[in-house]
Write a protein that binds this ligand. Structure first.
Ligand code: ZN
Length: 500
């Protein structure tokens, strides 16, 4: 298990004997000035050839350029220190983050080694410092059940070389790093450990730590209160489904102050239900189907910790296990949703939109939102539309959409908009016997937009009152190489600050 400390370079003291240093410079500066601080901290004498060697390390166009070398050290317990020096690419496209955070992530992943490591980033500004530190931290997941390894602690020092980062900004970086790792751990946990009840316990721990209010509506209570979607999807599990609502009211606000609501899909395991997935290829990895709710929990915690919110913030986790037994919802069942609308189920594997439709409707009806943001690993089609790095946005407000794209670039949690033209897509859900079906008639018609539109169908009153809504489909970026990425924590925490 890795313990991560984030500090500024000025006055940096390593948390253990330095054995391995990874210095990543932005292409604008190849003097690698911070190395001198690290030499001093690790009792290494700078070799004469270093300046010439580093001057030769020219930036490449799209990938990092790296060199590595070993230098003798006077530290006790480490006769040599390994250095890897990387320079970030000279260019980036307009769809990418200027911070090159994804390159930082791959450089750290490829060069971090097995033990303690000091990672120095030299960002051009405070925004890039945030994105680069978060990107580096994603390489050290917390969850590991390999025997004998759970008690081994690796010290990771992330050192930010920037005069532009204030003490307040440093603590924002720290709380985002901490909560990105929380989201990663939750996604990495297998469904036999992270089921609905243990997930509720995790949310209670977060609420207690933050001093946030928490409301849990679970099982029969959901059914009685009309959550036909969330209850229906989760009722076949031994752990009944739940809506968990964490609420933070900054000083001077009341329950009537217009709020921001974050709503996350929390399918702790998705078998597909009776419309079952292919058990080998399609089901493995479906523990990650709660990634949206993990982003909401982490993003909420990071935003509240910053202590600068001026509007109430709510985190709604729609938690359920989509499993198979005689209680499962069937294709052809008709559910009555919290919105009062009826849904004819034609695909039990399109369950995320059912739980989210109830979640966003609850937010619109009871929590006085001026902005609702939902986030979900919702459609495989998201990967076809915007790929593995960019979540897809579906939004009823142009300004909010543009802000989410910008915050994506700022944080490294990249986003890109989908087509928003509901009048062309509503018909995909037509049903002879209910208000709508839950899955489209034609998968070749803007499928990810349609999935978002299904959720929007349950926000009609909210839209009529002028409410803004953003849907984030993160099916691709939430999970990479069999690990949770912590996608969405930084995006939501920073988006929330900007909506303040
Ligand atoms: Zn599904």
């Amino acid at each position: 298990m890795a313990s991560i400390t984030v500090n500024l370079l000025a006055g940096f003291k390593p948390s253990s004997v330095v054995k391995h240093v990874l210095a990543i410079s932005s292409s604008a500066d190849r003097s690698f000035a911070p190395l001198r601080n690290i030499f001093a901290a690790s009792k290494v004498t700078e070799p004469e050839w270093l300046t010439a060697a580093l001057a030769n390390l020219t930036p490449l166009k799209e990938t990092a350029n790296t060199i590595d070398f070993l230098l003798p050290s006077a530290q006790e317990g480490s006769p040599f220190v390994k250095f890897v020096v990387a320079v970030l690419p000279s260019t980036y496209s307009r769809g990418n983050s200027p911070s090159h955070s994804h390159v930082v992530n791959s450089v750290v992943k490829a060069n971090k080694g097995p033990g303690d490591v000091v990672i120095v980033v030299s960002p051009n500004d405070a925004t890039a410092a945030f994105a680069q530190a978060c990107a580096a931290s994603r390489c050290f997941p917390l969850f590991n059940l390999k025997s004998g390894q759970s008690t081994v602690v690796t010290n990771v020092d992330i050192v930010v070389d920037s005069d532009a980062v204030s003490a307040a900004q440093l603590s924002v970086i720290r709380s985002n790093v901490e909560n990105i790792r929380l989201a990663q751990r939750l996604v990495d946990m297998p469904p036999n450990l992270l089921h609905v009840d243990s997930y509720i316990t995790e949310a209670r721990v977060v609420a207690e730590k933050l001093g946030a209010e928490i409301l849990v509506i679970q099982g029969k209570d959901l059914e009685e209160q009309g959550f036909g979607g969330l209850f229906g999807v989760g009722k076949a599990s031994e752990h009944p489904p739940a809506l968990v609502v964490l609420s933070h009211y900054p000083q001077g606000t009341t329950k009537d102050t217009p709020s921001v609501c974050l709503v996350g899909k929390g399918i702790v395991y998705d078998t597909g239900g009776l419309s079952i997935k292919t058990p080998t290829s399609g089901m493995c990895g479906m523990k990650m189907d709660m990634g949206g709710s993990a982003a909401v929990l982490g993003g909420f915690a990071a935003a509240v910790t910053a202590g600068t919110l001026t509007a109430p913030l709510h985190a709604l986790l729609c938690i359920a296990e989509n499993s198979v037994d005689e209680r499962s919802i069937r294709p052809d069942d008709i559910l009555t949703m919290l919105s009062g609308k009826t849904v004819e189920v034609n695909n039990t594997d399109a369950e995320g939109r059912l739980v989210l439709a109830d979640g966003v409707h609850y937010a619109g009806k009871y929590l006085k939102p001026r902005v609702i943001i939902d986030i979900a690993t919702l459609t495989g089609a998201q990967l076809i539309a915007t790929g593995k790095k960019h979540a897809a946005l579906f939004c009823n407000d142009e300004e909010l959409e543009a802000l989410a794209v910008q915050v994506g670039k700022d944080t490294g949690d990249l986003t890109f908009p989908l087509l928003y033209a509901p009048e062309f897509h509503k018909n995909e859900f037509r049903s002879q016997v209910a208000d709508m079906k839950n899955s489209v008639a034609d998968r070749g018609n803007a499928q990810s937009s349609c999935a978002g539109q299904f959720i929007a169908n349950h926000l009609e009153d909210y839209f009529a009152a002028g409410g803004k809504w953003l849907h984030v489909d993160c099916a691709g970026p939430a999970f990479a190489e069999d690990r949770g990425t912590g996608y969405g924590v930084a995006l939501l925490s920073q988006l929330t600050q900007r909506l303040n």
